[in-house]
Design a protein around this ligand. Structure first.
Ligand SMILES: Nc1ncnc2c1ncn2[C@@H]1O[C@H](COP(=O)(O)OP(=O)(O)O)[C@@H](O)[C@H]1O
Ligand SMILES: O=P(O)(O)OC[C@H]1O[C@H](OP(=O)(O)OP(=O)(O)O)[C@H](O)[C@@H]1O
Length: 201
């Protein structure tokens, strides 16, 4: 028998509101089910739609944070977001995990997770505006606030893969999977340790 499985890679999906983070993560898992998907804790009503979250009241979020339940947490759009430590457990079994992070916590995430890979999604501004309006989860004022938000992508030591998702979702997903799982293992259902092609180290 071989020894312990190598640590899985934490794949942080980042980018501006409406760029397609949730859609891309869902499509990646649908195409490559061995990939896991971290469920975030958010102080947003579960009825708001969109990603599946652990919906917490602000008080419950604060209590969980104080108890050390989150490996990362941040605030944005008037909401609190946390990554529950329990959701990251499959990394120890060698499973790669997708997680939707703020660009503002990438350096901290990179220090905490040496296996971190950053998947930075981009799209044209007119495309973002159209998509947010069509998504219908936020009010017009909230959409304007999201469109005006700019954040640098400081990924610390982590490699960054930048992908334009202005076009077809299937094409985006194919590009990402080709980068994450070079032909030697993609499609076999096995997750093998690969050096990431943009890894600067
Ligand atoms: N490549 C794409 N082509 C067309 N529509 C897309 C694409 N990617 C995402 N969308 C749509 O854009 C909207 C915003 O996508 P979403 O995944 O919620 O973005 P984010 O999580 O980054 O805010 C959704 O309605 C989604 O269906
Ligand atoms: O600091 P930033 O990189 O700008 O990100 C701020 C927050 O915005 C996104 O949240 P959420 O998924 O609630 O919003 P979105 O779907 O509109 O992107 C992202 O996941 C972060 O939690």
């Amino acid at each position: 028998m071989s020894g312990a499985a190598p640590q899985g890679r934490l794949i942080a999906v980042v980018g501006p509101s409406g760029v397609g983070k949730d859609s891309v993560m869902d499509a990646l898992v649908a195409r490559h089910p061995a990939l896991g998907h971290v469920r975030r804790a958010v102080t947003r009503s579960a009825e708001a739609g969109g990603e599946t979250i652990e919906s917490l009241t602000p008080a419950a979020f604060e209590e969980a944070r104080a108890d050390g339940a989150f490996v990362l947490d941040w605030q944005a759009h008037g909401l609190s977001y946390g990554i529950p430590a329990t959701e990251c457990a499959p990394l120890a079994e060698g499973r790669d995990l997708l997680v939707n992070l703020s660009r503002g916590v990438l350096a901290e995430a990179s220090a905490r997770f040496p296996s971190l890979i950053v998947l930075s999604l981009t799209a044209r501004t007119d495309v973002l505006a159209r998509r947010l309006a069509a998504r219908g989860r936020e009010s017009r004022a909230e959409i304007a606030e999201r469109l005006s938000r700019w954040m640098p992508t400081d990924a610390g030591a982590a490699p960054v893969l930048t992908i334009d998702n202005s076009g077809d979702l299937d094409a985006t997903v194919a590009s990402i999977l080709a980068a994450l799982y070079p032909a030697s293992s993609f499609g076999t259902g096995r997750l093998q340790p690969h050096r990431f092609e943009t890894d600067p180290k």
